[in-house]
Ligand binder design. Structure first.
Ligand code: SAJ
Length: 406
């Protein structure tokens, strides 16, 4: 890591912006972290992490104490600006780049010759060129005098510090000088290889990575539906098929959640509806899998009541969108729990999520107590502690995420 100081401004202190700002500060940059939320700014300046990420709290305290990271609600003049704000989609699955645009507009008065401007937010193809047009329209004297690039993040929540430093990065400038300039910056703290390309390819590369995973998960989910009808254990089937040297099938689950894989493919399908058929089908299959799981639970509850003449106790195991995290956003497990709660007043439903202390809608039950009491156990998220629970022949077990596999 180089120690020569450079002043940089990160716009957005969320799940990606904050860790990247911290790592940049640790590499010797003087970092201004900007967020429109004053609570996030206050917490960050107090050295308190507002997200859950192993190991990051200590690093934050170090860079705040050293003075290398300061948070603010408005941007300040710097020599490099990084846009790391959310890009959600609107009701019709059209991407919403209004936060990227607002962040870009906020630095327009500060930009000067020689500056670097980088978008990290997942963005539809053409966003970097669009923002370049915006900058040059408002500040025509800067045309050709600043560097503009797109560099998507690729880190996995839970392993962010390691991946920020060690993952390869794809860096696409609007021209070669911009690519080189951005590569120089990321070279301060990235140990992975920095791959240069153009902005459109870099934008599409990010969308491709997450769409590829979505398509592969959809294949596993489709197999799980077929196997359910065919009376085949899908976990055993996939394990056996994966013994082939060139087959590597992912795992089925109760749907795809989070704010990346369940979102990014729509940035392709919205722009290329005629061509992106497989990508669109994968989205439908993964969305349908959550519906299918909810229906299966509701039907199992009805059958139990018919067979036993009483309401069952049902344990819904897991609310997070993937194993061993506390993140419940866009979680198919949470969706299934709400569907079952709405449809079934003929059951006592116990909701379990060992990674969070409390929930504003559901009263949470300890996972062991819920498992002991339940007539019907529904595994939604493959949290590690669930795997130590004993198999019980006298319970109906709906294992949507492969806790017991055999
Ligand atoms: N899932 C399955 N079966 C699997 C793997 C995952 O059903 O075999 C489900 C998970 O349960 C979860 C969803 O997919 O609901 C997404 O989880 P994930 O672990 O696949 O991905 P994310 O959303 O945590 O992070 C992804 C990563 N992208 C890829 O692996 C291509 C990460 O590298 C990106 O940085 C991140 O999206 C992002 O920010 O875009």
């Amino acid at each position: 890591m180089k120690n020569d100081s450079v002043k940089v401004c990160f716009l957005g202190l969320g799940y990606i912006g904050l860790p990247t700002a911290i790592i940049a500060a640790q590499s010797g940059c003087e970092v201004i972290g900007v967020d429109i939320n004053p609570d996030i700014v206050a917490k960050t300046n107090a050295g308190e992490l507002h997200i859950v990420e192993p190991g990051l709290g200590d690093l934050l305290r170090q860079v705040v104490a050293s003075g290398n990271l300061k948070a603010a609600t408005a941007p300040q003049e710097a020599s490099a600006y990084f846009v790391v704000v959310p890009t959600p989609f609107k009701g019709n699955h059209q991407p919403d780049i209004s936060f990227v645009e607002a962040a870009t507009r906020s630095i327009l008065p500060l930009l000067k010759e020689g500056d670097l401007y980088v978008i990290e937010s997942t963005s539809p193809i053409g966003t970097t060129e669009l923002m370049a047009d915006l900058i040059y329209t408002e500040r025509p004297e800067l045309r050709g005098k600043i560097n503009i690039a797109y560099c998507p993040e690729r880190v996995l929540p839970g392993n962010v510090i390691y991946e920020l430093i060690h993952n390869d990065r794809v860096i696409g400038g609007i021209d070669e000088a911009s690519t080189e300039r951005a590569k120089q910056f990321y070279g301060r703290f990235v140990k992975g290889t920095l791959h240069g390309t153009n902005a459109r390819t870099a934008e599409m590369c990010k969308l491709t990575e997450n769409s590829s995973r979505d398509v592969q998960i959809a294949f596993a989910n489709e197999l799980s539906l077929i196997c359910d009808r065919a009376g085949i254990n899908v976990w055993e089937l996939i394990a056996l098929a994966n013994k082939h040297p060139r087959v590597n099938i992912l795992q089925p689950g109760c749907g795809v959640g989070g704010h990346c894989i369940a979102v990014d493919p729509y940035f392709i399908t919205a722009a290329f509806p005629d061509e992106a058929r497989l990508i669109a089908d994968a989205r439908s299959i993964n969305n349908y899998k959550a519906e299918w799981c909810a229906e299966k639970v509701v039907n199992t509850i009805l059958r139990f009541e018919l067979d036993n003449g009483r309401k069952p106790v049902v344990a819904m195991m897991g609310l997070a969108f993937k194993p061993d995290i506390d993140d419940l956003r866009e979680s198919p497990a949470k969706y299934i729990v709400s569907r079952v709660m709405q449809s079934c007043n003929n059951a006592e439903v116990l909701v379990v999520e060992p990674n969070v202390e409390s929930h504003n809608v559901y009263k949470l039950t300890d996972y062991r107590e819920a498992y002991d009491r339940a007539d019907i156990v529904v595994f939604l998220t493959a949290h590690t502690p669930f795997k130590a629970l004993p198999w019980c022949d006298d319970k109906v077990i709906l294992d949507f995420c492969g806790i017991f596999k055999k």
